[in-house]
Design a protein around this ligand. Structure first.
Ligand SMILES: [Zn+2]
Length: 557
């Protein structure tokens, strides 16, 4: 059986000559089958710029799955498909290496840190050029009344016109059925309905949102000053605004940060034939938005805790909670509660339970403590680790056995040929085949001569529970203490794989299932609060168990 691999492809509109997702994927598949891999899954991101890794769902899903260890190699058409920033590429490569996953491109073969360094530098440079080119082209088209970016809800694109050698795109016309929805949304919001409620009702009536997707509160609300969101699109009053703000990518977070542009570089064109709502309704919406904003600011100043943008605090369990009904995240819905993110954004999940943040955090900590201190968990942990290691060793043994069998076969054929030649056979054709067999034998022998790496079993001291009782008992206190807070948080977060919250059938609360990450426990057991344990520096054991989970505990709240 071949080893499992996955393919990642990315197509961005920045570069028109790029190979399509399909072409990239096909090339990677060919490479995979020639190199002894089976492609078990493919991931891609389309039409997203390569500037940052953070905003690419396909790649994020790949890295998420990588931690669960379903494959041993990632194949990409070219390194820059993974990103164009050197630091991102290096991080990705490190993370994959740490998980024991190899990276290949059809052209370069296995990717080493040296490849990353060279390609990363070139790609970064290329990215800077694309940024300025794209923008200049778009401003030119906006000035001539064409719409330079995506098609807003309520409109369709007219077929491109061919004028001489150039193709004119960007003409739009109103789609009346969608325009009616736009009017309804503006009216409902002006009348006091929240974007959440509007989205929920549209979804429950089966009305599709932009791009045929479900409606989200954010699709409607957007951000006023940036002109994002349906309620802020001035095209609905026949004004085409372009270059309203500049986006500067924050290279650390991958988020685009915006800056309002000076009036003189903005482009505003009247396109009355695209008007969907009248000015009166538009201004009623603007007035309500301003009232909401004023209220939000007042709350922010009195509590000193604005729940907006970059200052949103990272909570202890952020990113670990999962709705048992729809599989989306449970996120902070107001300062004190967690709830299903999909229910909040789209109203399309049935899980309406909210759970107090402090209750949940306290209960999770207690669960971790109890669970980590039990002999039962220790036994289960041992068993899991041993099983994972045995599996890895078995895979390796299998590969070796196959090579040995192939070598024996090659040797036998060589022997037969030598005999045939000495008996006076067809010399010239045999000679060629013989040379091929000899080189195959040499490479198999070389492969088998390298010592086999056997993942060692893990010796957890028999007094592990005793030795760590105090440390685990201290977790809660450590979280309170400024000096130890960060490391305690990291330790807890690396211990938790995920927490699934499902409503109990009788409606009396939520069932909370916690899954632990073996790698996190292993790190703790090596006497370090976080990060890679010193005694496992080769990363071998850690990569073996990286994806393994275990039941931590289940409780109700
Ligand atoms: Zn849900």
């Amino acid at each position: 059986m071949n080893k499992p691999a996955v393919v990642y492809a990315r197509y961005s509109t920045d570069l028109q000559r790029e190979a399509s997702i399909k072409d990239q994927t096909d090339a990677c598949r060919r490479y995979a089958s020639n190199s002894g891999y089976d492609v078990v899954s493919t991931y891609h991101d389309a039409a997203i710029s390569g500037a940052s890794v953070v905003n690419r769902p396909g790649l994020q899903q790949l890295m998420h799955d990588a931690k669960r260890k379903g494959f041993s190699a990632v194949i990409v058409h070219a390194i820059d498909r993974l990103g164009r920033r050197l630091a991102d590429l290096a991080d990705l490569h490190d993370e994959l290496t740490h998980l024991g996953i190899k990276l290949y491109t059809p052209e370069l073969g296995e990717i080493t840190p040296m490849h990353i360094a060279i390609c990363g530098m070139m790609a970064q440079d290329q990215l800077r050029n694309i940024g300025s080119k794209t923008k200049n082209g778009q401003i030119g088209r906006a000035s001539s009344g064409k719409i330079p970016s995506g098609i807003a809800f309520g409109y369709r694109a007219l077929p491109p016109k061919v004028i001489g050698k150039t193709i004119e795109r960007g003409e739009r016309e109103i789609v009346e059925a969608e325009a009616a929805i736009v009017r309804r949304i503006f009216q409902e919001f002006a009348g006091g309905k929240s974007p959440e409620a509007i989205a929920r009702d549209l979804n429950s009536e089966g009305i599709c949102g932009p791009g045929g997707r479900e409606w989200l509160n954010t699709t409607i609300r957007g951000q006023k000053e940036r002109g994002t969101g349906l309620l802020n699109n001035a095209l609905y009053i026949g004004r085409l605004e372009w270059n309203r703000c500049s986006y500067v990518k924050n290279l650390r977070t991958g988020k685009r940060e915006h800056r309002l542009n000076e009036a003189e570089v903005r482009v505003v064109i009247e396109v009355e034939h695209l008007r969907v709502i009248d000015d009166a309704l538009w201004f009623r919406v603007k007035i309500r938005q301003e009232k909401i904003e004023a209220k939000r600011k007042a709350i922010a100043t009195t509590t000193g805790n604005p729940l907006n943008g970059a200052r949103r605090p990272q909570f202890l369990l952020s990113g670990k909670l999962e709705c048992g009904c729809c599989g989306h995240g449970f996120t902070v819905v107001d300062r004190a509660h967690y709830g299903c993110a999909r229910r909040r954004a789209a109203g399309t999940c049935t899980n309406d339970h909210k759970i107090r943040r402090d209750d949940l955090e306290a209960r999770v900590l207690r669960g971790i403590k109890q669970s980590l201190l039990s002999e039962h968990l220790l036994a289960a942990f041992h068993q899991n680790v041993e099983a994972e290691i045995a599996k890895a060793n078995k895979e390796q043994n299998g590969a070796r056995k196959r090579q040995e069998a192939e070598l024996a076969k090659a040797k036998k054929r060589i022997g037969n040929m030598v005999r045939a030649i000495s008996d006076g056979g067809d010399f010239s054709s045999l000679k060629e085949e013989l040379a091929g067999l000899e080189s195959k034998r040499a490479s198999l022998e070389a492969g088998l001569a390298t010592p086999q790496i056997v993942a060692p079993t893990i010796d957890l001291p028999s007094n592990w529970v005793e030795a760590h009782r105090a440390e685990v008992e201290r977790l809660e206190e450590a979280l309170e203490d400024e000096a130890t807070k960060e490391s305690a948080r990291t330790a807890i977060q690396s211990l938790i794989e995920r927490i699934v919250l499902t409503p109990v059938a009788d409606g009396s609360g939520l069932k909370i299932e916690m899954e632990g990450a073996l790698a996190g426990l292993l790190a703790l057991s090596a006497g370090q609060k976080a990060g890679r344990p010193r005694s496992f520096e080769r990363g071998l054991q850690l990569s073996v168990v990286a994806g393994a989970r275990f039941e931590l505990t289940t409780f109700r709240l």
